[in-house]
Design a protein around this ligand. Structure first.
Ligand code: NDP
Ligand code: A1CAB
Length: 248
């Protein structure tokens, strides 16, 4: 099926890394971004006005705040919305389609390693999973509640993990290491630990690293003192509440 990507900013643009192999038309409103995209993807049709939706599988990648001003014509074959928090009910009132899916990709789509959540009409499930597999791994969820939780867990978490990366770097720089080399370590570190976590329980990995009266335990106590675990739990909660507020 031919795809129509509406909105190719940070996230829609990142998704294009995988989606560009399809028959895809891109609608982008911000003129400087159109020029950038034309350079990056010279063979893709990029337009500034939304065409009739007839015959398209639409991927809606505009901000939730822009949704109320969206005007479309025709009935799409399907809509996959990546807008945080915008419920299926609200989606149905703003854009016409035969089937609807909500999805939550993440910025790792830039390297086709997104952890992408989906929920909605089962009739569109296989096609949506196939299309979004081009940007990484897909997780089908049974409810919008889970999708709103996954918005923090996978959609927002790249920013939180980037904060952890920057903080680790700051700590090493504070002790005298050169900034650039710390970022190279951290990228290798995250890749390696991510690979290990595919088969190892996080608590068991932690126990294997932490020696009695060792360096890890010394640092771990400081992280607990700083309420890092509590902060992440609260970050997830705040993200979930914000997502839900977009459909009120
Ligand atoms: N950023 C992320 O990591 C993630 C974002 N998301 C979701 O993705 C969506 C987009 O976020 P993000 O990419 O960060 O936002 P951006 O603002 O970077 O991108 C949205 C783009 O869509 C354009 N746009 C707005 N209205 C229209 C329209 N009617 N037709 C065509 N283009 C339009 C905007 O142009 P202009 O600026 O001129 O309005 C902008 O360039 C959000 O709903 C967000 O919740 C989901 C997962 C992760
Ligand atoms: O911050 C946001 O609202 C969007 C959704 C998930 C990541 N970015």
């Amino acid at each position: 099926m031919k795809l129509l990507l509406i909105g190719a900013g940070n996230m829609g643009g990142a998704m294009l890394q995988g989606l560009h192999v399809n028959d895809i038309t891109v609608v982008e409103a911000y003129p400087p971004r159109v020029l950038e995209l034309q350079t990056l993807y010279p063979t893709i049709t990029i337009v500034s006005e939304i065409p009739s939706l007839e015959g398209y599988l639409v991927i809606l990648a505009i901000k939730p705040q822009s949704f109320s001003t969206l005007h479309t014509k025709g009935i799409a074959e399907g809509v996959i919305s990546i807008m945080a928090g915008v419920s299926l009910e609200k989606l149905k009132s703003g854009i016409m389609a035969k089937h609807y899916i909500r999805s939550m990709p993440n910025m790792a789509a830039l390297v086709r390693k997104s952890a992408t959540s989906l929920c909605g009409d089962v009739a569109l499930k296989d096609e949506a999973m196939e299309v979004l597999s081009s940007i990484g791994r897909c997780f089908w969820l049974e409810s919008e509640k889970e999708l709103d939780i996954a918005t923090g867990l996978a959609g927002s978490a790249p920013a939180w993990i980037a904060l952890v990366a920057e903080a680790l770097s700051d700590g090493a720089v504070n002790l005298g290491m050169k900034r650039e080399i710390t970022y190279q370590y951290i990228a290798t570190l995250f890749e390696g630990v991510g690979e290990v976590l595919k088969s190892e329980h996080p608590a068991l990995l932690k126990d294997k690293v932490m020696s009695p009266a060792g360096t890890t335990a010394a640092g771990y106590a400081k992280l607990e003192e700083g309420k890092v675990r509590d902060s992440f739990i609260k970050a997830m909660e705040a993200s979930y509440e914000r997502a839900k507020s977009f459909s009120k």
